[in-house]
Design a protein around this ligand. Structure first.
Ligand SMILES: Nc1ncnc2c1ncn2[C@@H]1O[C@H](COP(=O)(O)OP(=O)(O)O)[C@@H](O)[C@H]1O
Ligand SMILES: [Mg+2]
Length: 234
């Protein structure tokens, strides 16, 4: 089954076009689909468009078979797509527990059960359940942002540079969690750690200057001359 079908979209901020004719597929059988590309390529813009925050001027997007242009942004989560933004958007003054509860608004009745699963996956969140989110370390905040996203029980969890600004050891721990999560649900992973993100990927896309420059399996991209020359050498 196709979870996400992006077909030839153009996206602009006012007069500034940022995405050109972008097509991308995420299938239920994919564990991880990775989107890589340099700063400013349009990766975040693509995730925002999938979340319904931006509207394509051309092309179409279907999430679990539903044309998202017929749904307001607040319904996209119900379709099964959750986007954890790069800036995480945690409620700093609320506790870990309260932040998790904010993530479960579409599945209130299953809050206790889902929260227990998330505490199992991220024991540090249980230890710090009464601590205010703003006082957590960067790595803990990233785990909380991912945990809060999982509370909505998505079919696709999109993560925008989850390892960004983390020390290498913490970044590696985040990648391990992503691998663990991806055994249950499909992860759409946007990353600048190109080699690690491609290793995890069943399917991968390289976005450059707002266009899909290369696509294939993670291994194919890891071996592509273009990817190696531009992103992996040195
Ligand atoms: N809110 C905005 N208004 C105008 N231009 C923007 C906005 N957000 C991003 N851009 C521009 O869109 C392009 C793609 O940005 P972005 O999607 O954030 O790239 P990436 O996530 O790949 O680094 C950049 O040129 C950026 O300056
Ligand atoms: Mg970005």
């Amino acid at each position: 089954m196709t979870l996400i079908d992006v077909d030839g979209i153009d996206v602009a901020y006012g007069d500034l076009q940022v995405l050109w004719d972008v097509s991308m597929t995420v299938d239920e059988s994919d564990s991880v689909v990775t989107l890589v590309g340099p700063n400013g390529a349009g990766k975040t813009t693509l995730l925002r468009t999938l979340s319904g925050l931006l509207e394509p001027s051309a092309g179409s997007i279907e999430i679990l078979g539903e044309d998202i242009s017929r749904h307001p942004a607040e319904e996209i989560i119900d379709l099964g797509f959750v986007h954890v933004p790069e800036e995480r958007n945690l409620f700093d003054e609320m506790t870990v527990y309260e932040n998790l509860r904010m993530g479960s608004f579409t599945h209130r009745d299953q809050f206790d059960e889902t929260r227990e699963e998330i505490f199992e996956m991220f024991p540090v969140l249980e230890e710090r359940r009464e601590q205010k989110a703003g006082t957590l370390s960067g790595g803990e905040q990233q785990m909380l942002a991912i945990g809060r996203g999982l509370m909505a029980q998505p079919d696709v969890l999109a993560l925008d540079e989850p390892s960004g600004a983390l020390a290498p050891q913490l970044a590696e721990r985040v990648f391990q969690k992503i691998e663990e999560i991806s055994t249950d649900i499909t992860v759409l992973l946007v990353e600048q750690h190109v080699d690690r993100a491609l290793e995890l990927a069943d399917r991968a896309y390289l976005l450059e200057n707002g266009r899909i420059a290369t696509e294939g399996t993670g291994d194919e991209l890891l071996e592509s001359d273009h990817v190696v020359d531009a992103y992996l050498r040195g």
